[in-house]
Design a protein around this ligand. Sequence first.
Ligand SMILES: [Zn+2]
Ligand SMILES: [Zn+2]
Length: 152
Amino acid sequence: MSTLSRQSTLADKIGEMGVRLTKQRRFLIDLIESSQTHLHPSDILKLARQRGEKMDRTTVYRTLGMLKEMGLIEELDLLHLSGHEHYYELRDKNKRHIHLGCVKCGKILEFRSRLIEQLESEIRKETGYDVLSMRIEVAAICRKCRGENGDE
Ligand SMILES: [Zn+2]
Ligand SMILES: [Zn+2]
């Protein structure tokens, strides 16, 4: 029933997997999908309330757990630089970058490199394993915190 030309969204994938999409689930999924940053459950709750969506903590955690089990999102601790909550992002997106975290100011930078894909294909070639997710979190100190006045 879906048109082939349209890009498959997370909601489509979930539908194909036979999971019922309630209004709340749909809202949460759209939120993660359109987010430019890593979201943790409190962010999601706050955004939901701002947009007048009725959602409680349990629903948020349960839905995140479900999406994680389905292999659609990745759970990150981002070096626990800003507390104990975990962050979430799309697995497809997560696979293409590593996270650099400044241990002083807590700033997280997403770093992309062709080496990530190279590593993936090397793994496939040498072991026959297909990489589903790859989490590389690097503790670092940013230029600012090192006291250099760079042109960041
Ligand atoms: Zn990321
Ligand atoms: Zn820093």
